[in-house]
Design a protein around this ligand. Structure first.
Ligand SMILES: Nc1ncnc2c1ncn2[C@@H]1O[C@H](COP(=O)(O)OP(=O)(O)OP(=O)(O)O)[C@@H](O)[C@H]1O
Length: 579
């Protein structure tokens, strides 16, 4: 970015932050403006008061007391407002930071599933998260910058009356800082993305050391230190990026400091040479010395504006790139779902993961997709859901092409239980009500869902019932893998969507509970369409139809008995289990 570009970006960012602050908290913005403006005109008023006082030198008490009182009052105002503007500024910043954080989290929550988990999305979110503090501070920097300009202009006018050259030089002394800060901003802009990426990688590694599941595995293996080393190496890479910037900032600070000193020295010389007598010199010197503080504060505030601008741009781009979440509405009913001749190729791969794949199911049926690892079951499911776009073929729900529906509406047909189900360490109630997009559920509904998923009994044994905190890292109760999976299944029961997709819903659950869970699924199947992925032969016995996938194709389909009697791929895969 050029210097002009950096200034333009800073202006854009400033306008954005003021608009946002005005919309969110006009009262606090006004308070900040008043505090900083009072502070801004105080130095010029002090120059006038000093000049007035100096003119009364050798006069009577009646002459020198009023300017003395005025000067003292101004010093007091300066002190008080300095403190007050800081406090008001900080409170404004805190409010705005919370507001931006809330907006960011809602934006992340509204991300379409296809964007979730992409490397670029995660890096951007991480970058935005680490910018929240600066975003909150931006508006006070704008107000402080305007204040600094007002200070400089007022000083220029008052010092001009003593020495025009000095008046000009007091303002010119702002320039070195502004130019250097614009250059620094360009450097920071370039470093922002790689730094965000390395910070994200570091956090990921640290998270593995801290989060209960991985920390336990690492502690057992005794190899946590390996991950600590990975985290350390990543942190060093991130630090090296910042370090390079800091070296540049130190050098540029020296250059701008020297330039400012020379210009203010010139202003002092102007005052001494051109100052009209002792009073003028005294007032001029006060003006120039106030200029030192104003220059520093202007440089600091402008620097913030310029260096925050890229972060604001990245934040805005991200927030505006996500359409406000269209609330997913759970559909009441679906009579049929069908995938016809789906072919899907992942980006970067030349071999389709599924080819010409057709499956269909009707209300009241439970169908199964089976096949060895990598056969294409998950790909098929994700395409039916709309998370993957097929190269060819179509998915229809009740005979209507599903691509005609916005994704949120399409997802309203489905309840999906994946193998990577979440282990949300919240209260039981919060963990279950996540199943519904609006999060609303009565306790009765939650208990019903828990019972259907065979999780009711162990939840009843918890001291706090639905209010029990889950997860030992928060002092809550630790659960077994199977118990977590039952809670995930309870979410699907609570959701009550018309099409359920259950990817190995009982993989972590003991045989007895597995039987009960499948019996329950069979008992309630008339309410919905159920698609199950399963690797356990016995669970497939009651299925209405089974599709056998092999290298992305359906190579066989039929009922359990038909497939066993055909003695082809299905019988081969499950040979050991049915023996
Ligand atoms: N994100 C991806 N990018 C590229 N290829 C992928 C991706 N996900 C899966 N594949 C490939 O697509 C093929 C089908 O994978 P898929 O995950 O659908 O199999 P699966 O039957 O669900 O396997 P499993 O039983 O292990 O869950 C595999 O060859 C896999 O390597």
């Amino acid at each position: 970015m050029t210097k002009a570009g950096a200034f333009r970006a800073a202006l854009d960012a400033s306008a954005y932050s003021v608009r946002r602050a005005w919309a969110y908290s006009p009262r606090w913005l006004l308070k900040s403006i008043v505090a900083y403006l009072v502070l801004a005109v105080t130095p010029a008023a002090q120059v006038l008061a000093v000049s007035w006082l100096a003119h009364t030198s050798g006069g009577t008490a009646r002459e020198y007391v009023p300017p003395l009182v005025a000067l003292t009052a101004l010093l007091g105002v300066g002190q008080v407002m300095d403190q007050n503007s800081n406090m008001i500024g900080q409170r404004t910043e805190n409010r705005l930071r919370t507001h931006y954080q809330d907006e960011l989290m809602r934006t992340v929550a509204a991300l379409p599933p296809q964007r979730v988990g992409l490397a670029q999305t995660s890096a951007t979110i991480q970058g935005c998260r680490s910018s929240l503090h600066d975003l909150g501070r931006l508006v006070t920097s704008v107000v402080a910058s305007v204040g600094a300009l007002v200070t400089a202009a007022a000083l220029c006018v008052t010092v001009w009356r003593i020495s025009p050259v000095a008046g000009v030089l007091v303002v010119a002394a702002l320039l070195p800082n502004l130019l250097v800060f614009a250059w620094e901003a360009r450097m920071q802009d370039e470093a922002f993305v790689p730094y965000g990426e390395w910070e994200r990688r570091t956090e990921y590694a640290v998270e593995q050391l801290v989060s209960q599941r991985t920390a336990t595995e690492l502690a057992t293996l005794g190899s946590g230190v390996v991950v600590a080393e990975v985290a350390d190496a990543r942190r060093r890479t991130a630090d090296a990026i910042i370090d390079r910037i800091l070296v540049l900032l130190t050098r540029s600070g020296t250059v701008s400091g020297g330039g400012t000193a020379i210009l203010l020295g010139g202003a002092l010389a102007g005052v001494v040479v051109g100052g009209s007598g002792g009073a003028g010199i005294a007032a001029g010197i006060v003006g120039v010395l106030s200029g030192v503080a104003a220059t520093r504060s202007a440089g600091f505030s402008f620097g913030r504006l310029i260096s925050f601008a890229p972060k604001v741009r990245a934040y805005r781009q991200f927030v505006e790139s996500v359409s406000p979440s269209v609330d997913t509405q759970i559909r009441a009913d679906a009579e049929s779902v069908s995938a016809r001749r789906l072919t899907v190729t992942y980006p970067g791969s030349d071999v389709p993961a599924i080819r010409d794949l057709s499956v269909s199911a009707e209300k009241g049926q439970i169908i199964a997709l089976v096949g060895v690892n990598g056969a294409g079951k998950t790909t098929a499911i994700n395409t039916i859901l709309g998370l993957l776009e097929p190269d060819s073929g179509a998915v229809t729900v009740d005979g209507v092409d599903a691509t005609a529906l916005p994704l949120a509406a399409r997802l309203g047909y489905f309840g999906l239980l994946t193998q990577e189900f979440g282990r949300y360490e919240f209260t039981v109630r919060d963990t279950i009500r996540i199943g519904r997009p609006d999060g609303k559920a009565t306790d009765d509904e939650i208990w019903q869902a828990l019972d259907s998923a065979h999780a009711g009994d162990f939840v009843r044994r918890l001291n706090d019932g639905l209010d029990a905190q889950l997860g030992s890292q928060f002092g809550g109760v630790g659960l077994s893998g199977g118990q977590w999976q039952r809670l995930a299944l309870a979410r699907i029961y609570l959701r009550g969507a018309p099409i359920w997709i259950l990817d190995e819903p009982t993989s972590a659950i003991d045989a007895e509970a597995e039987q009960q869970i499948f019996a329950e699924l069979q008992r309630t199947k008339s309410d919905r369409i159920t698609i199950v992925v399963s690797h356990r032969a016995w669970t497939l016995k009651g299925m209405d139809h089974i599709y056998v996938l092999e290298e992305g194709r359906v190579v066989e389909h039929g009922t359990y008995e038909q497939l066993i009697s055909q003695q082809r791929r299905f019988a081969q895969i499950f040979a050991e289990q049915v023996a």
